[in-house]
Design a protein around this ligand. Structure first.
Ligand SMILES: [Fe+2]
Ligand SMILES: [Fe+2]
Length: 290
């Protein structure tokens, strides 16, 4: 497996922050290599994961200090995202590692989730600190196909640097190539929820993740699926910001689906089914509000 590598698309333009992000990528890459090549990888991986955790916390503090120094208006929300990563995401990842005594598939899961989370977070929240992307409501909160398609294209450009063209506003499930399928559920403050189903063509996931994390960074389909899910969570959060304030909803469930589950849910739950095409592959986006 080739390790992940830093690329300039991830730069936000603040030297101290960019250097720390590049270092984080290096540490995750090293962890992947240790897992792959060292015979007694458990001990070295434990050490690297401890170091990665400390370095990440140090980076969060430094980035938060930078946000305060420029009087960034999104500081409180951004800090809450860092805190949630530390208190929820990292805790559950470490629990899984400890329960299996650092089984190879769990170290791979850890590395892929870290790489995906970092990429998604940098391309959305961190880029917003100095206004590289617009992270506020610019579209009407509506299920109108053209409004969703415009916001979707904007979010694809911001997160993946890809154009997404709407191929069908009423996708009927016709076959495209093999996909990763995801289901995400959000609570809306004040009642109701949003269900989102995503189908990401495998080649789009592989090449999209490869483009962000270094070419052929991950050849294992499971790792591509895990990393993509974390990037997509950030993508959806960013897309949500383009429609409404992000304090109005929160993610309470995320799962991978099989093709059959996706089709069953897709057929019964969602009224809006859109098919997009990018130069790297197709993307199915289904949404329903209750
Ligand atoms: Fe951040
Ligand atoms: Fe950061």
């Amino acid at each position: 497996m080739r390790k992940i590598s830093w690329n300039d698309k991830l730069k936000i333009g603040v030297d101290v922050v960019d250097k720390a992000h590049a270092r984080l990528f290096k540490i995750v890459g090293k962890l992947m290599e240790q897992m792959e090549y060292e015979p007694n990888y458990q001990n070295t991986c434990k050490e690297s994961i401890r170091f990665l955790e400390d370095y990440t916390m140090g980076h969060f503090s430094e980035e938060e200090a930078y946000m305060r120094s420029i009087g960034y208006s999104g500081y409180e929300k951004h800090k809450r995202i860092h805190d949630k990563f530390r208190d929820v995401t990292l805790v559950s990842l470490k629990k899984r590692l400890e329960e299996s005594d650092y089984a190879p598939e769990d170290v791979e899961h850890f590395s892929a989730v870290m790489a995906g989370w970092l990429t998604g977070h940098i391309m959305t929240e961190d880029q917003a600190i100095i206004g590289n992307i617009v992270a506020k409501r610019v579209y009407e909160d509506s299920l109108d196909t053209h409004i969703i398609a415009s916001a979707f294209n904007q979010a694809m450009k911001d997160v993946f640097h890809l154009e997404a063209e709407l191929v069908s506003g009423d996708y009927n499930g016709r076959n495209i190539r093999d996909c990763y399928y995801y289901h995400l559920c959000y609570d809306i403050k004040g009642g109701g929820n949003i269900q989102i189903l995503l189908g990401l063509e495998e080649q789009l996931a592989r090449r999209g993740v490869g483009m962000m994390l270094g070419l052929s960074a991950m050849q294992k389909p499971e790792m591509v699926g895990d990393a993509s899910m974390k990037i997509l969570e950030h993508f959806l959060h960013h897309l949500g910001k383009l429609f409404m304030s992000d304090s109005e909803y929160h993610l309470y469930k995320e799962e991978r689906l099989t093709r059959d589950e996706f089709r069953k849910d897709f057929m019964t739950r969602c009224s809006c089914h859109l098919l997009f095409e990018t130069r790297l592959g197709h993307f199915i986006f289904c949404v329903e509000k209750w």
